[in-house]
Each structure stands twice: as structure tokens, then as C-alpha cells.
Design a protein around this ligand. Sequence first.
Ligand code: NAD
Length: 194
Amino acid sequence: MATVLSLQLDKRSVMSDFERVDCLLLGRFQPFHLGHLEVVRKIAKECDELIIGIGSAQISHTFENPFTAGERHLMISRALREEGIKDYFLVPIVDINQYGIWVSHVRSMVPPFQRVYTNNPLTKRLFSEAGYEVSASPLFNRSHYSGTEIRKRMVAGDDWRRFVPRAVAEVIDSIDGVKRIRELMAQGEWDAGD
Ligand code: NAD
């Protein structure tokens, strides 16, 4: 009887391992906004483990990438705490300018995953070519829930707070983020970004 039970338990654990879908969401999150939050909510329902990779972790203090990886880490973890989402891994990932080995680089930095959520064409291509399942995440209210739009609004003095989780606005206020972005814009600190 004990042997039968242990065989059944073994089978169940093998089955659940087989059926697991652990998911990676990659983004720069400059800043983390309500569109990103919707995607996280969706993935949290669809996946066993949720891994969030904070991309371009080495870049900060430019108009397109104003916030450091640490500041973005704080924005995301506080916003998800506010949402009651507790089970996830949050991993900063620096860019390497050699696309052919970028997927291996990401794999070496995060727990195992089977599916990647992204709309970024290059990210999609690199993970598809490496044999990963890639899901496009639906775009929520893209005209407003967009890092570029939110940063432009900050510079123009328009309302941006309603497009980010409350916790994110608090982190941005605590580091005087709007002033930073305005000054970076005035100084012409540009780089490639969305
Ligand atoms: P992002 O923060 O702009 O977007 C993150 C994800 O959220 C994207 O899939 C985007 O489509 C989605 N999103 C944005 N607004 C949304 C909305 N309103 N509703 C739903 N989804 C929304 O980040 P990104 O530019 O896609 O980040 C990709 C990262 O991967 C960058 O850091 C990039 O440098 C990195 N990367 C690096 C290499 C390399 O170094 N070799 C190669 C490829 C990609």
C-alpha cells in the first residue's frame, strides 16, 4: 500500500513538473505603468511562476531611461505589494551588445522559464529563435499607458499620475524624478528607447 501511494505521489509530481508554465516578462519599465500592471495581473493568472526581468539595468539618467534599476525595482515591488501580488522573482538584467548570446545571458540570470511575454520585436525574435514559447501581451490603453507618453507629460507639467500605480508615483516623488527628467531633457541626455 505504501509503495502504491509513493508511486502515485511520484507520478503526480512528474505530471505537475511536465505541465508547469513558468513565465518571464521583460521590460525596461521607465517607469512601471498601469499597462505593465495589467500584463502582470494577466500573467499571474496564467503562469505558475512569474519572473520579471528589469531590462537595460545598467542604463539610467537619460530621457528615455531616467530611472536606475534599483529605483525601478522599488517601483515594481511596491506596486505589486499594493496589488497583493506576492509570488514573483524580480531580476535586473544588463544589456549585452551581442544579440546572438543575449538569450543565454538572460537564462543565466533568472530562474528557469518556458514562456516569454513581450511585444518588443527584437526580444520576440531572439527568444523564438532560441526555441521559447513567446506570447504577445495585449496592449492596454497604449495611447496613455506608455513610458514615452508618461515621461513627456512629466516634462510638460501635464497629469501623469493617473497612468501609474499610486506606489510608483510615490517612489518618483521621493527621488524628485520629475525634476530629474526635466533636467535631463533640457541637457539633451537622449538615448535609444521607446
Ligand atoms: P518596455 O518597458 O517598453 O515594455 C515592456 C513590455 O510591456 C513590452 O512587451 C511592451 O510591449 C509592454 N507594454 C508596454 N506598454 C503596454 C501597455 N499599455 N499594455 C500592455 N503592455 C504594454 O520595455 P522593452 O523596451 O520592451 O524592454 C525590452 C528589454 O530587453 C530592454 O531592456 C532591451 O534593452 C532588452 N533587450 C536587450 C538585448 C541585448 O542587450 N542584447 C536584446 C533584446 C532586448
